[in-house]
Design a binder for this molecule. Sequence first.
Ligand code: C5P
Length: 287
Amino acid sequence: MKIKSYAKINLTLDVLGVRADGYHQLSMIMHSVGLYDEITLLPNSDDGIALTANLPFLPTDRKNHAYKAAELFYQETGLSQCGISIHINKKIPVCAGLAGGSSNAAAVLRGMNQLYHTNLSTEQLCQIGLKIGADVPYCITGGTALAGGIGEELTPLPPLPKMPILLAKPACGLSTPAVFQQWDRLEQPVHPDTKAMISALEDGRKQQIGRLLCNSLEQPAFAYLQERGYHNQMPMLKEAMLRYGAYGSLMSGSGTTVYGLFPSRKQAYEAMKKLRKKVKFIVLTTT
Ligand code: C5P
């Protein structure tokens, strides 16, 4: 079985506070994009999980969310003496804020539920997914959603009007916990206007959507890189995308991918041509 495992971007990401367990209370608008990894699932008669990937540096054990998803699936369904081979053909960059790992876990859970005819509901799959990572429940449903709690309370929203999206990722990655810790030290955090964004989505107002893009983790991510003396390409990418006509541009998740929403494919393509030599990864996709 082959499954497409889609990346996501954040149109907004608001950090509302910190819970007693250290996790952060969030309110974010997530949106699936056309970039995806391909996951191949092949049940076999061996007892166990065998994971392979096209990238040699990806972990192939429990540290990989896809492996953990298969393991939890067997545990939760009580299926024993089953085995599965999982191959990940990765096209979504890692440590990028695009939920690549969470999306792979979600794809494995959905795929195994079909393969083994276990009929777990979306809610049950989301409960298993949350044990793997906060973004996994959203990745199980995908589309456009407001995610609350630590990311697991999902409300569907109207999608973005169809438009080209340019994704650009600098060479350096950022660790999610490190960015959240940096947020804890902020004196004046920035907050998106989530209500206004929902209303702009409902009305399909592209310019307004572009203006309202906002991520509370952008400021701490930039500060984290600056304090350590790393070269931060994200402000340059944002500025360049706006200069080439994007309605808006933002860092996704905890970074380091920056995306731009463009009025036309031609403008997005021009921006991609200009930025191609400057960043490690750049791709033109759509909603
Ligand atoms: O659950 P996930 O793997 O996405 O999160 C990685 C880390 O990011 C967590 O261990 C936690 O330190 C931080 N995090 C957080 N609040 C969230 C989501 C993640 O503090 N809502």
